[in-house]
Design a binder for this molecule. Structure first.
Ligand code: G3P
Ligand code: MG
Length: 396
């Protein structure tokens, strides 16, 4: 390993290249792992797949499981060992919001194991739109699950289903992943926002504080097995915002947007890569401990082998313009090749992150079929295998 990097450092005094992979449309299409993906990762790992030979991370606007479960899935799909500290999901930055809402009810939405993920992050007072449907079936008249209280005209709150009542108003809506049932979620989220966290209590008491709304992924489109891209969470948030504007004359207030192309996940990935660099024997200006603390502050999973860590309560850079302040120690990489398929997310985010990030667009396996004029990628290739070859070639 030292020999390998000594040659790299001779060739690249700026350090070795690092590689950051998007998942949907680059490594997988829905349920199918792309054949090029295994080959691509094999080029960056030891022959037995147990150790990365370069800093490698995975940055997705997807989620619905913990980083540990996603790392296990990636290890299965790609035939190499992926650790949870190499993975940033759409909702990873939400981890550091748990302290802010430690004592407040939060509506958690989206497909997958979002309740379990929210509890894993430290949220303790969680309600879902499924539970609200059961507590107030009349609020969702066209929904097939009329829940526990089919005859109830108004919400029936019980000891189990108490969040959303005037005694326990909901303080935040957190969309962890793309919702499945848009009719139900658009209706109930609009109720929660307009009622200031007390759906069914209309008009809300004067002076009730507004509800904060967090979206984890702005993707209008993403690529699954279907021939054409599918609506993503960005399409859902566009609908919620349009409904609020139609009903009140104002766009959705107190909305916070995370996910590529916004800055938060890129800052988090940089810290994860610095941690990996140190573990790979690369001299870094910023000790791994500082990198670990920065990862924890941004909500990421600190790698088990480094000191420091644990989630912190600092507030997130949830600016919708992605203008998080970037105070950066020089990164020990000749380039960070960010391989993606969606110009509006992957290319825009890497280009905005600036050097040493290099945006690499694949045009045969995901959303994009050609380079984008609006968000031009620095490197354009067919697929992820060609992307890795291009990065390694430039590193020589
Ligand atoms: O729901 C996931 C989708 O929006 C995009 O995921 O992996 O291409 O960032 P990814
Ligand atoms: Mg993608």
């Amino acid at each position: 390993l030292a020999r390998h990097f000594s040659s790299a450092s001779a060739a690249n005094p700026l350090g070795p290249p690092a590689f950051v992979f998007d998942i949907d449309g680059v490594l997988i299409r829905g349920r199918h792992t792309l054949p090029q993906a295994k080959q691509a990762l094999a080029r960056l790992y030891s022959p037995d797949g147990s150790q990365p030979r370069y800093p490698v991370a995975f940055l997705t606007n997807g989620g619905g499981v913990t980083e540990r479960v996603k790392a296990h899935q990636l290890s299965e799909w790609l035939g190499v060992h992926v650790d949870e500290s190499q993975v940033v999901l759409s909702h990873t930055p939400f981890r550091q919001l748990a302290a802010k809402f430690a004592h407040e009810p939060v509506l958690v939405a989206g497909r997958g194991q979002v309740r379990e993920v929210a509890r894993h992050y430290g949220f303790r007072h969680i309600v879902t739109t499924h539970q609200l449907t059961r507590a107030m079936p009349a609020a969702v008249p066209f929904h097939e699950d009329q829940g526990l209280f089919p005859g109830a005209d108004l919400p029936v709150y019980t000891r189990e289903l108490k969040y959303g009542s005037p005694q326990h108003p909901i303080r935040a809506i957190m969309v962890f992943t793309d919702p499945a049932d848009w009719y139900r979620d658009l209706q109930l989220m609009t109720d929660v926002v307009l009622s200031r966290g007390m759906p069914g209590c209309w008009p809300p008491p004067a002076g009730a504080p507004p509800v904060e709304v967090y979206f984890s992924n702005p993707d209008m489109l993403w690529a699954n097995e279907f021939t054409a891209p599918r609506f993503g969470q960005g399409a859902f948030s566009t609908c919620l915002d349009a409904l609020h504007l139609k009903l009140t004359g104002e766009p959705l207030p107190h909305a916070h947007h995370f996910g590529k192309p916004h800055a938060a996940p890129y800052l988090l990935i940089e810290r994860l890569l610095v941690q990996q660099a140190q573990q790979l024997g690369i001299e870094v200006q910023e000790p791994a401990e500082e990198a670990a603390m920065a990862v924890a502050e941004a909500g990421g999973v600190v790698s088990s082998s480094s000191s420091g860590g644990g989630s912190s309560s600092s507030s997130s850079s949830s600016s919708s313009s992605g203008s998080a302040q970037r105070v950066r120690t020089p990164l020990p990489f000749s380039a960070i090749y960010a391989v993606g398929d969606n110009p509006a997310a992957d290319v825009r985010g890497a280009n905005a992150a600036g050097s040493p990030w290099v945006s690499v667009l694949v045009t045969k396996t995901g959303v994009a079929t050609e380079n984008s004029t609006g968000d031009p990628a620095q490197v354009v290739v067919d697929d992820v295998e060609a992307a890795v070859e291009a990065g390694l070639h430039r590193a020589r």
